[in-house]
Structures are given as structure tokens and as C-alpha cells.
Design a protein. Sequence first.
Length: 505
Amino acid sequence: MNTDDVVLHARDIVKTYGGTRALKGVDFGVHRGQVTTLFGENGAGKSTLMKILSGVEQPTSGSIILDGQPVTFATTNDARDHGIAIIHQELSLAPNLSVRDNIFLGREITRAGGVDYAEETRQAAALLADLRLDVSPAAMVGDLRVGQQQIVEIARALSIDARILIMDEPTSALAAKEVEILFGIIEEHTARGVSLVYISHHLEEALQVTDHAVVLRDGTMTARGDREEIDLAWIVQHMVGEHFDLGSPPEGHAFGDPVLEIQDLTVRDPENPERAVVDELSLTVREGEIVCLYGLMGAGRTEVLEAVAGRGRIAGGRILYRGQQLGPESIGERIAMGIGLVPEDRQRDGLVQTMSVGQNLTLSSIRQFLTRGFLSRRKETALADGLIRDVTVKAPGPQTPIGSLSGGNQQKVVIGKALATGPGVMLLDEPSRGIDIGAKAEVFGLLADRAREGLGVVYSTSEVEECFSIAHRIVVLRRGRISAEFGPDAAKSDVMAASGEVVTS
Ligand SMILES: Nc1ncnc2c1ncn2[C@@H]1O[C@H](COP(=O)(O)OP(=O)(O)OP(=O)(O)O)[C@@H](O)[C@H]1O
Ligand SMILES: [Mg+2]
């Protein structure tokens, strides 16, 4: 590595958490005015390394050199004072505060006598405009969709005017259009000399911005390359150690009876009841069928799935599960009937952060372990162990606290939890957020197996490649309506065009 252009250098970093050696002596350099991407499987140690560079965590041993001088960051404030900002993988916003207050939390702009709210509002509005987020600085963060929250998280990091900007999975909840906007901003920043670290499991996307790539595997650096030396195959090979391909859709098989029938479903925007976010939509899913729901962010995919799962109010139409019309059942009752949901927001709806991996996995299926009011711990543990294997969660065991898992491994727990309820239909809302390519293939294989046994699946995604790897049928949503349907042999560009996306290649 040419060390002249390395502005920040992590040297021989070791980090242990109890018995886990998350980093085993890693050297990592951040290049001045360029983008260094960090690749690696779930649990490889990427976030841990970034937390150390931004003062969130302290290394067990090793040193950090900034501009040739050794530094220590005891807190995130220390790192920030040195011009280092981080966008966290797990959203770290306060839901009960406004967008503006989140952006300036802990760094309020003051004027004689107090906080200068007017100036904060002005700066927040300018940042949101740069990011093309059409949300008021006064809006409560808790009312925003995950993708919008992610953009606020980005705005907060940009407001610091850092010289080193770390982005840990900044696009996992963003649609293609928003990713493009972010990439424009990255370009502006690097042109001004800002140095970037970028982490993503959207490998093709990350390749677009990469100047230098580093691959971590099990806490050790396995490869380093400059832009002209690397491609997708290079990344995957160093990440998982073999050639890899997400595969093609499951073989067609005979589908059974309709398991889910959505008829003329209408859902209105709670903020603006004039507007239908789902507009008289009808869709039938049969036993054993995997339907991919493709569309841009805001197309209505989440609202369709939430209506089926019993979240949110429907304004019209009806939903049948195994021929039986759903009424006012609670979410819990729908789960018991056989409707499983992997929600969009794992922090808010998917996981209980104070519980263990095992408890989270079995939380929704607890009924199965009750015999005359007694909980069978043995059965619960057996189920948890099986699920940890099935969805390939990397954790020492079911007792591990969920918060100590890497981001991608937490997402696998959310998927396992929905599978544990033994659903007849499984609804997955952008479930591949942050999971690595190997785990994604495992999850796809698992869903295909379950479909062969009769499970109906609705898989919602904004990544078109995923549709072609998993679905028997691709249904495209646009402005709350189905704009087109395709078989697995369709052309990618046709599917994208039907969503309203501008197809460039
Ligand atoms: N607070 C913690 N306590 C215990 N173990 C932890 C803690 N934080 C991280 N780990 C462990 O350190 C290892 C590396 O985790 P890290 O979050 O850095 O992975 P990652 O590469 O960011 O993965 P992902 O792609 O899933 O985000 C994992 O085995 C994880 O379980
Ligand atoms: Mg991570």
C-alpha cells in the first residue's frame, strides 16, 4: 500500500468480546479523498473495525495513526473532534425526537441564550434537500419509513462536515434512485478531499464507488485490491473462498390451493387519506408458490404485506387465508392462523433487543411449547438450535444476547423467528437487508424447500436480481397497483421498466 495517501491507518488491531475474537490483528488504511470499501461475510468484523475507528469501541490492542500521529479515541466525540463521522448500520436515531433534533443531537447550534432552532431548521432543511428527502425537519423520526430514517442518519453524518466519513451499510433500506443520490454526494465529497469508508452487501452497487477494496474474513484481512484489479468474482472469492452464484429460481412444481387471496385491497395514506397507497389490488398466492413483489420504495409493497399481517387499517377490499375471510384478528391471532411476516424494520418490529437469540427466535411460536400452562424449555431449545442452523446464524449459542450479533446475523434471526411459527404463508419485506451473499443463498434455498412442502411465499424486494433468483412469478407494483406480471424467464429491463424505474443499461 502506498502509505503517502493514507490519512487514517489502523495497525494490528485486535478486538475480543469475551471469548469472541472479532478482529485478529487487522491493518487497514483509509485513502485520502478516495473511497475504500470493506467487504466480508456477516460477522467478519467490519462494523467492529469501524466502531474502533470512530471511537464507539476501544481496541483490545493495536494502534490508530491519523496524519502520521498516533491517536486514541475514548469516545465518539473524540473521533468527531478529529473529523471522523460514522453512519451506523443499525439506525441510532431517537424515534420520539424530530428530524432536526436528531441531526443536531449532542451538537446543538447555540446562540446567546440557547439553542438556535431557526438556524438548525435551516441547515437541516438544506441537508434534506441535498439528499432529496421530502420530509419536514419538524417531522417525528418515529413516523418515518425505514428508508427515510436511513436518509436522516446520513444527513446527520453529513452535518458534521467530516474529513473522514464512514458508511456502514448506508443503503440497505434505500431504493435505486436514492442510492444514486447518495453516490452523487459521495462523489462531491471525495472531490473535496473527504476520505470515505464504505461497507455494503450490495456488491455490485459498492463496486461502482470503490477506489480500493479490502476483504475481511473471520477477523483477518484476506485481500486488498485497487479498482482496476477487482470485480465481483474477486470480492466473492475472497469473501467466501469459492466461486459463488445466487442461483436460478426453484424448479417449477405443481402449486396447491390458494393460500392467500387479496381482493380489491385499498389502503389509504394515514397522513393524507385522499391518497391510496394500495389501490384496489388483487393477488392470489397458491400453496407452494413463491411470488416476488417488486417495486420502488413507496410503491405500496410494505402496505400490502402489513395489511395481510393485520397491521394497519384497510380502507376497502378483503383478504382470505385458506379460503377464509380475515376479520378484525390481531397480529398475534393471524400469526397463530399461519400468516408469518418478516417486517421491514427489524429494530422496531422484529427483535427484542434485551432478549437472547433463542428467546427472539421462539418468541412468536411460544404457544407450541405450552403444555397445560408449562413451558417446555427442552422443546424450545431444540427448536432454537435447529433454526440457528437452518438460517445459519453465527452465534455461540441460543443464550447469546441478540445485541451482540452482527447486523446480518440479527436479520437472519428475524427470518428464523417467522419460520418458527410454522406459517402457511410467509410474507417477507426486504428480508435480505444486510445479509451476505452466502446467507442469502441459504435463505433462498430454505424458502424453496419450504415451498416444496407447500408454503406460500410473498417476497418483497427493490432488488431486481433477487426476483430472478427466488420467484416463480414476479409481480410489479407501481403506485399501489399491479403494473405487470412476469414469469422467471422475463427480461430484467422489462421488469424494471414496469416499476417506473429508468432503465439505463
Ligand atoms: N458487543 C458485542 N459483544 C459480543 N460480541 C460481539 C459484539 N459486537 C460484535 N460481536 C461479535 O464480533 C463479530 C464481528 O461482528 P461485526 O458486527 O463486526 O460483523 P460485520 O462484519 O459487521 O457483519 P455484518 O455484515 O453482519 O454486519 C461477530 O462474531 C459478533 O457476534
Ligand atoms: Mg456490520
